[in-house]
Design a protein around this ligand. Sequence first.
Ligand SMILES: Cc1ncc(COP(=O)(O)O)c(C=O)c1O
Length: 389
Amino acid sequence: MIAFARPDLSELEERYLLEAFRSGWISSTGAFVERFEREFAAFAGTRAAISVGNGTVALHLALLALDVRPGDEVLVPALTYVATANAVRYVGAEPVFVDVDPETWCLDARLIESAVSRRTRGIIAVHLYGHPADMDAIERVAAAHGLWVIEDAAQAHGARYKGRPAGSLARAGTFSFYGNKIFSCGEGGAVTVDDPQLEARMRLLRGQGMDPQRRYWFPVMGYNFRLTNLACAILCAQLERKQEILTRRKRIFGWYRELLGDVAGIGLPPAALWAEPAPWVFSITVNEGVFGCTRDELAAKLSAEGIETRPFFVPLHRLPFYRRESAARGDCLPVSERLARRGLSLPVHDGIGPGEVEAVARAIRSSARAVRRLVLAGAGKDEALAHRG
Ligand SMILES: Cc1ncc(COP(=O)(O)O)c(C=O)c1O
C-alpha cells in the first residue's frame, strides 16, 4: 500500500510537543507560539506571521482585516480548493471565478481585467499544487484597478517567485498546516504580513477582538481563530527540519520527472522559468486520447495496485452553492475544466523512496500499455502506434 500523504514527524516534534505539554501552556499563549510566529515570518520573508487555527481561517481573517463586506466581489481562480472561495462567502462577499493559465495552473492574469466590476475589491491568487502564480502580472492589473491581492499559499510552503518566497508577494499570504501539507501540525494555519496596521487588526480579530491594553474590553466583535502552543511546538520542529523535509520531497519530484517524462500522454507539473515550485504533491495530467485511458481509469488501476492518488479539485463553478451565480455571470472556464478532468496527484511524503516511485511509474506505464494492446488488437491500430511512447 502506498499512501497518498502522511506527515513527516520525527523525535524532535515529539520532544517539543512533550515540552509544551509539560509546561502547562497548552492553549494559545506560550513560548512556542511566539517562536513559531517569529521563525515562520523569517521563512516567508515578511515582517510578521500570525498563527491561526487552519488555512481557511487564515483566509477568513485576511478578508475581515481588509474589511471585505456584503456586496463586494473578490476574484478567485476557478480551480482551487473550495476554502479559497468559501472564505469570501463567510464575509458576505461573492467570489468571482477567473480561469487558470495552462502554463502555471494558477490564476491567469490576462483574464482578470474582464472579470473586474464596480464591486470588485481584491484578488486571491492561489499557488496551486505548489506552483507560484505569476504575481507581478497579477499585481499590475490589481494596481491599475485599485485592488489588493492576497496569496493563498496553503499548498506552497517554501515556493519561490523570481527568488522571493511565497507569502511575501502580496498584502497578505495565507498558509495551511493540515496533515497532508509539507509542514504540518495536524490542523493549523498562518497569515504572513508586512503592514503593521493590517497585522494589528488581524491580531485583534483573531483574539475575540479584545483590546490588548484592557482586559474584557472589546472595541470590535472578533473571533477565536487562535492556534495552540501544542500545535506551534510541532511546527517549530518542522521549521527546524525544513531543509531536510524540503530536500527529501524535491528528490521524490526528481525521480517522478525522470521516470514519467517520456510517457506519451502524461503531462508533468508546470515549472515556469521564474518559479521554484514547492514540492507538495506530484501532479500529472492524463491526455486520454494519447495515453489510452482516462484519468479516472488510471486512478482506479493504481488504486487496485495499492497506490493512492487524488484527482484534481472540482472547479468551483460546478459546486451546488456556486453554480447558480456562476451561470448568471455566464462564466466560461475551459482551462480549469480540462485540468480538472485530466489532473491526478501522486504520493509525495517521507515514506516514498526510489522503489515506491518506480512502482508508481511502472503501474502508470503498464496502464498505458494494457490499453494500447487492446487498441492495437482493434480498429485504432494506426492511432495507437502513432502515440507509442
Ligand atoms: C488552496 C487552499 N486554500 C485553503 C485551504 C484550507 O486550509 P485548511 O484545510 O487548513 O483549512 C487549503 C487546504 O487544503 C488549500 O489547499
